[in-house]
Write a protein that binds this ligand. Structure first.
Ligand code: ADP
Ligand code: S3P
Ligand code: MG
Length: 181
């Protein structure tokens, strides 16, 4: 599989809580790829948590940092990249994402809500109505997530290993032809 991919990066996109970080790490291991999580890079580079950044520079400031990280990461090959759920919002990010293969992990709001009910690390969910917020974010973002090369549906009983396996099995069907020089 790794040789079939020829070093092409895998970008995982989808709503917060769907499992991008967890599954990205597994896929990297399977492929012998490096693993990058854009949120982690932002936190390491700034020395601040995602919550702190949202509080200090706002969502707009965070999005700018996210685009900076993505633009740098896409210069490398042989990486699996777990993105933040909102990476799809900025048009310029798509130019970077399309350097690689884009995988959309798609789960129902109910599943995401249950997973993140006790989680305090997603600033956008610190809302009086977190489930309603998830619903409206998903509705706003679905047309954007739909631009992925691969659409993987995630259900309650799917383990991270099941999902990683499904992605690896589906990749040969969506590989883009490589330009030969
Ligand atoms: N397939 C899965 N089954 C059960 N729990 C999962 C699964 N994938 C992720 N999780 C858990 O859900 C939470 C969110 O996962 P994470 O990988 O951080 O998602 P994301 O990066 O998309 O926000 C974590 O606590 C993680 O351990
Ligand atoms: O959906 C979003 O807008 C966000 C998702 C988060 O990452 P995960 O998708 O890894 O949770 C993180 O980037 C930030 O809290 C904003
Ligand atoms: Mg994540």
């Amino acid at each position: 599989m790794s040789s079939l991919l020829q070093g092409v990066n895998l970008y995982l996109i989808g709503m917060m809580g769907v499992g991008k970080t967890t599954i990205g790490r597994l896929l990297a291991k399977e492929l012998g790829y490096g693993f990058v999580d854009t949120d982690d890079v932002i936190s390491q580079a700034t020395g601040k948590s995602i919550n702190q950044l949202f509080a200090e520079v706002g969502e707009a400031g965070f999005r700018k940092l996210e685009s900076d990280v993505l633009s740098q990461v896409c210069a490398f090959t042989k990486l699996t990249i777990a993105t933040g759920g909102g990476i799809v919002l900025r048009r310029e990010n798509w130019g970077y994402l399309h350097h690689g293969l884009i995988v959309w992990l798609d789960a129902p709001v109910e599943l995401i809500y249950n997973r993140l009910a006790e989680d305090t690390t997603r600033p956008l969910l610190q809302d009086v109505d977190p489930k309603g917020k998830l619903r409206s974010l998903l509705e706003q973002r679905t047309p954007l997530y739909s631009q992925a090369d691969l659409h993987i549906t995630v259900q309650e009983a799917d383990t991270p290993e099941d999902i990683a396996k499904r992605i690896l099995e589906a990749i040969p069907n969506v590989l883009k032809p490589q330009v030969s020089h």
